[in-house]
Structure formats: C-alpha cells, structure tokens
Design a protein around this ligand. Structure first.
Ligand code: AMP
Length: 459
C-alpha cells in the first residue's frame, strides 16, 4: 500500500486518488529570472521520481507545472539588461527546460505560463470579489484573510501570528495579512483589467492555472518547504473560496532544502551553484543519485565529498551491470541448481525496494536494498555459481529499479562502447596515414594512445 506524507495532516496517509486511477498533480514551477540552481534541481528531481513511481504503480498521471513569467524580480532584471520582461523570462525558461532535460526530469505533461492565463486569473479574482472574499483599493485588489476561517491550516499558524509577521503592511489593506491578487501599476509592464492597468499577484496565477486544468480539486500539490507559507496557504484560501470546494488538494507534499553549510541554497543568499556549473564537473546521473540518497523531505547538505561518494556508489552499480552484461555474452550455463536461491534473493530485493518506495517514496532505503542485492550478486559472481537465466533476471531487475529512479545503470558500459568505437576510428585513420606513408603522424597517434594506456601493434 502506498503511503504519502501529507503536510496538511502532518501524517503519512494511505494514498487514494480522488478519481480511482487518475492522478492530477501540480508542482510550483520556477520564477524564470535567472539560471536554475541545484536547489531547484533537488526539488524537481524529487517530484520526477514521485511521478515515475506513481506511473510504475499503474496510475495514470497528469503532472502540471506553472512557469512564473512575470514578477518583480523578472521586471528588475529585464530593465537592468534593457530587454522586455517576457523576453527575459522566455530565455530563462528555455534554459530551465534544458537543465531539466539534462537531469532527466521528463515527466511534466504541461508547463503553463502565467501570462498566457491572464483571462483566467482575472476571472478568478472577479469571482473572489463577487463572493465577498476580495476587495479593491486604490493600490490593487486584495484577498481578505479574515473572511477565510481556515486561513493558516497548512502552516499551522493563527491569523494573529500571520498578521504579526507582516512588517510595514500596505496602508489601504483591511488586515495586515491580506495579500494582493492584482497590483495596480501606472508604469509598464502592465496589463489591462477591470481594475485598471496592473499585474497579477504571485499566488493567484497558480490557482487560476490549476483550476483551468484540474477544476477546484486535485490529488497532489507539491513544492519546496519554503512555499508552505505564505504561497500555498494563500492558494488554499483563493481556491477554496472561489470554488466553494474543500479541500482544494488531497495530499500536500513538500521537499526539504538543499543546503550549503547548513544554509538554504538560494539566489538571494548568493550561495548557489547553477545546474549548468555543476554539470561541467559531474555527470547528471551523479547529481540525481546524490539527491535520491536522501529522503525528499529531509534537508540535504551539498558538498563535493558527498558528490564523490555518490559517484563511487554509482560506479559500483555500473560495474556490476557491466560484468553481468559481459557474462551474458559468454557460454556459462543457462540454468543451475542455485537458481532457486537467487530467485528468492531477487524477489526479496524487489519486495523491499517497492516497500521502501511505498513508504512515502523512501529512495535512500530503496538504494540500500539495491546495494544489499549487489553484495549478494558479487559474492555469487566470485563463487561462479550464477546461471545465465539468473543474470538475465538481475539485469532486468536493475533496469526496473533504474527506470523508477531515472538512472541508467548501463550507462558506463555504453560509454565503453563509445570508447571502443572512437578507438576503431583512430585505428582506421592511422591505417590510412600509413598507407600514404605519413609515418610521422601515424606514430604520433600511436604514442598519444599509449600515453592513455592503449597499445597499438602494427602487424
Ligand atoms: P523559485 O523559482 O525560487 O520559486 O523556486 C522553484 C522551486 O524550487 C520551489 O518549489 C522552491 O521551493 C524550490 N527551491 C528553491 N530553492 C531550493 C533549495 N535550496 N532546495 C530545495 N528546493 C528549493
């Protein structure tokens, strides 16, 4: 049985979608004003694995993400660079997609840009005004938090606490904790609305988008821990007030932070490493493994040592996979009397792996199951008592685990294949050079290859 930790109940709950087998999942996407850093990478890899596992479990999943393409930070950066804010957003959105592709984050079904949903945003604000949850002032349209009695239920804060936490509240608001749905603006960039030119608030874009694609209720809403308050709290207030349906979301899921020396990695603190920078030094699979070696709700401390450890762990898996693939090409026995023992080892490993994933997507435990399996198989390889049939099963099971985690365990061997092909090309070129009696260059190729440990012999 799949259990999911729900931030709302602060408990692990049995996972039962609203609509039998179909799951609607929304995860807050990035504000595209800069390159994505590896903290973003952590959150999106975590939800990618959650999506993969839900599909593996046979659910039909629609995974929706918004893109915040208008925001004060975008406008500030664009004016510094002297370009339009939407153009800037588009450029960073493309880089974000590229980063996600490199990290193999491939399960989002649809990315919805906020500014392509302006009519829906305006319509939802109008509904909130009509129902008495929102009001207009000289500076904008605000949500009246005192009208929504459940305000604070996700972050477990009282209205009083929420109000105290606001410094210098906007003077036209009724309550200090009221938040903007529409900000009136005289200067560009501004868009027309029934309340004059302006821009939407941050929280309303998500609920306008999720209502458009999912209606008033859906199964999973995710994001990083920092979004619980005020963002997700505000989303609940908006959606439940606008549609009258409760609860807006069945399972709220939040990822822990990726930290550097105990501090959240963030653009504003300036302690960030972009995904692009990291991938110059490490393979994307190494970073993915590093992320999955900690449970998605726990903080994860970034360090070179931790990445090196992930690299070494991955190498152990690649090495086993490589050995298995090579042994499958030899003429070892098809069956053996030890097969039953290995069938049980593989069956138990799969059961434990899936139990770990069923337990709120516990990837570190799933990975430790995988390493116990590797230990048993390596022992068998040393004792030479594993048959071809069992090796095939081992390969299939490792690939099955890999596809759930988004890791390709045949990776290193495919690199080896590439290496072999490159050597063949060099050998070919060298042969042609020798035919043309260009011994100087052909000897140079041979000595350079020797420097990297490859010995060519002229027959
Ligand atoms: P932003 O573009 O800053 O709104 O962030 C996009 C997503 O990345 C949100 O779900 C954030 O919670 C998440 N995020 C940002 N920084 C980190 C971090 N250091 N660790 C984990 N997730 C993060």
């Amino acid at each position: 049985m799949l259990k999911v930790y729900n931030t709302m109940s602060r408990k692990k709950e049995e996972f039962k979608p609203i609509n039998e087998n179909r799951i609607k999942m929304f995860v807050c996407g990035p504000t595209v004003y800069d390159k994505s850093h590896i903290g973003h990478g952590r959150t999106y890899i975590a939800f990618d694995v959650i999506a993969r596992y839900l599909k593996y479990r046979g659910y039909s999943l629609f995974y929706l993400q918004n893109i915040t393409d208008i925001d004060d930070k975008i406008i500030k950066r664009a004016s510094e660079l002297g370009i339009g804010p939407l153009k800037l957003a588009k450029e960073f959105e493309e880089l974000y997609f590229l980063d996600m592709e490199l990290l193999d984050v491939t399960n989002v079904n649809y990315y919805a840009r906020a500014m392509e949903h302006l009519p829906e945003i305006i319509a939802q604000i109008q509904t909130l005004i009509e129902k008495g949850y929102a009001y207009e002032t000289s500076t904008g349209v605000y949500f009246d938090e005192s009208r929504f009695e459940d305000f604070g239920k996700l972050s477990n804060r009282s209205i009083e606490e929420l109000n105290v936490s606001r410094v210098n509240p906007e003077p036209t608001k009724r309550n200090p904790g009221d938040f903007a749905l529409w900000k009136k603006k005289d200067e560009e960039p501004a868009w027309n609305s029934p309340w004059g030119p302006g821009r939407p608030g941050w929280h309303i874009e998500d609920t306008a988008i999720s209502e458009t694609y999912f209606g008033g209720q859906f199964d999973i809403h995710g994001g990083g821990l920092d979004l619980i308050f005020p963002h997700h709290e505000a989303e609940i207030a908006q959606m439940e007030s606008a549609t009258g349906k409760k609860p807006m979301v069945k399972y709220w899921m939040h990822t822990g932070f990726l930290n550097v020396s105990g501090e959240k990695m963030s653009k504003s603190l300036g302690n960030f490493i972009t995904i692009e920078e990291l991938l110059k030094e490490y393979d994307p699979q190494v970073f993915r493994y590093f992320v999955l070696s900690t449970h998605y709700r726990s903080p994860i401390d970034f360090s070179d040592d931790a990445l090196k450890q992930s690299e070494n762990s991955l190498k152990r898996i690649y090495k086993l996979m490589d050995t298995v693939e090579k042994l499958l090409e030899t003429d070892i026995v098809e069956e053996s009397e030890t097969d039953e023992v290995y069938h049980k080892i593989l069956k138990d490993a799969k059961k434990e792996f899936l139990e770990a994933m069923d337990n709120d997507f516990n990837t570190p435990i799933a990975l430790s199951t995988l390493f116990n399996l590797i230990r048993d198989i390596n022992k068998g390889i040393n004792q030479e008592n594993i048959s071809k049939n069992v090796f095939k099963e081992i390969k299939n099971l490792l690939n099955e685990f890999g596809s759930i985690l988004g890791l390709n365990f045949s990776f290193e061997s495919s690199k080896d294949d590439l290496k072999d092909e490159l050597i063949n090309i060099l050998v070919d070129v060298r042969g042609k050079l020798r035919q043309k009696k260009d011994y100087e260059l052909s000897d140079k190729i041979r000595s350079r290859l020797r420097e990297v440990g490859i010995n060519l012999e002229d027959k």
